[in-house]
Design a protein around this ligand. Structure first.
Ligand SMILES: [Mn+2]
Length: 318
């Protein structure tokens, strides 16, 4: 059932025990939204358990109280509501669903959302789930502490590519400005988020060696092979290299998972890549989406480049 922000506020007021979660492979929006909403709920006397079924990338360790997000363990949790943030389908929250039978409230901005929740608030026009949480806080007259402002700024800045992507709207900027008013220092947040481990920079030449162009140079693809993965812990930011090549409309990163599984990330300037991702069981946004393909790295590359070429209306003869 689709609900309004007002109805979300009612649900939050009415209930007292919440599990708050977001998608696996958590990004700034997932973590920032979970931390902002959870800390607010705690501040108004609610009982909150924050769970994400994955490791938290070290870039986010600067966020206040980040350790309150833990991995799910076997024990069942008695809760009134399971709040699922920034996730377009239930599979994306991993094992968290098995821990509670509470009804699900889903707050999300992915156009590919499959409407799995009991209560859904979906706005695919906002840059980040953090924007929706901010609107909710305004509606509930929430006190926005510096920490909450930092969580929301991190959520919005990361999902909008630091206010560069096409999802950046007038309202995105206005919310960011308000968050600065509440005490955010944008330079300090960028410094933390831009940090890369030395191993990633050292692996970069190997990554760039894998660069291939298809569809008359409109598609650029990099491959993170098993060998490259052994050199670096994080592949964060690698897709920006094919993305910025002059003339490239679609950047693809194919990451080895095992001999018959690859993780695909896509960043587009023209075509709607959420369609491609959804057709392979993944999801995302029009200009940024991802999926998993159960093929070898080479076969996955062909599969995804062919699908993208078809959508672009070009025959891929490369
Ligand atoms: Mn998001």
């Amino acid at each position: 059932m689709k609900i309004t922000l007002e109805q979300i506020a009612e649900l939050l007021k009415k209930h007292s025990k919440f599990v708050v979660t977001a998608h696996v492979n958590p990004d700034g929006d997932a973590l920032g939204s979970v931390l902002a909403l959870s800390n607010y709920l705690i501040s108004i006397g609610k009982n909150v358990t924050c769970l994400i079924d994955d490791d938290i990338p070290s870039n986010f360790s600067f966020l206040n109280n980040i350790k309150m997000i833990t991995s799910p363990v076997e024990n069942k949790i008695n809760a009134d509501l399971l709040i699922v943030l920034d996730s377009s389908d239930l599979e994306r929250i991993g094992r968290v669903r098995q821990l509670t039978s509470a009804p699900v409230l889903n707050i999300d901005h992915h156009i590919s959302n499959n409407e799995f929740a009991d209560y859904l608030y979906l706005d695919s026009n906002v840059a980040a789930t953090g924007e929706i949480i901010f609107q909710l806080f305004k509606l509930m007259d929430a006190q926005i502490t510096v920490a909450i402002a930092e969580y929301l700024y991190t959520a919005i800045a990361t999902d909008s590519g630091f206010f560069k992507y096409s999802n950046t709207s007038e309202s995105t900027m206005k919310i960011a400005a308000e968050l600065i008013h509440y005490g955010v220092k944008p330079n300090l947040i960028s410094e933390e988020l831009e940090k890369k481990p030395l191993s990633s920079i050292r692996a970069l030449p190997k990554v760039l060696e894998t660069l291939e162009l298809f569809a008359n140079n409109r598609i650029a693809c990099i491959s993170i092979t098993q060998n490259i993965l052994e050199l670096c812990d994080s592949t964060e930011g690698f897709i920006d290299f094919p993305r910025v090549i002059d003339g490239v409309e679609l950047a693809i990163m194919i990451k080895y998972v095992d001999d018959s599984t690859c993780r695909i990330s896509m960043r587009s300037k023209t075509i709607d890549v959420s369609k491609i991702a959804t057709s392979f069981g993944g999801g995302g946004h029009k200009k940024a989406a991802g999926c998993t393909i159960h093929q070898s790295l080479l076969d996955s590359k062909k599969t995804i480049v062919d699908a993208a070429s078809r959508l672009m209306g070009v025959l891929n003869n490369d």
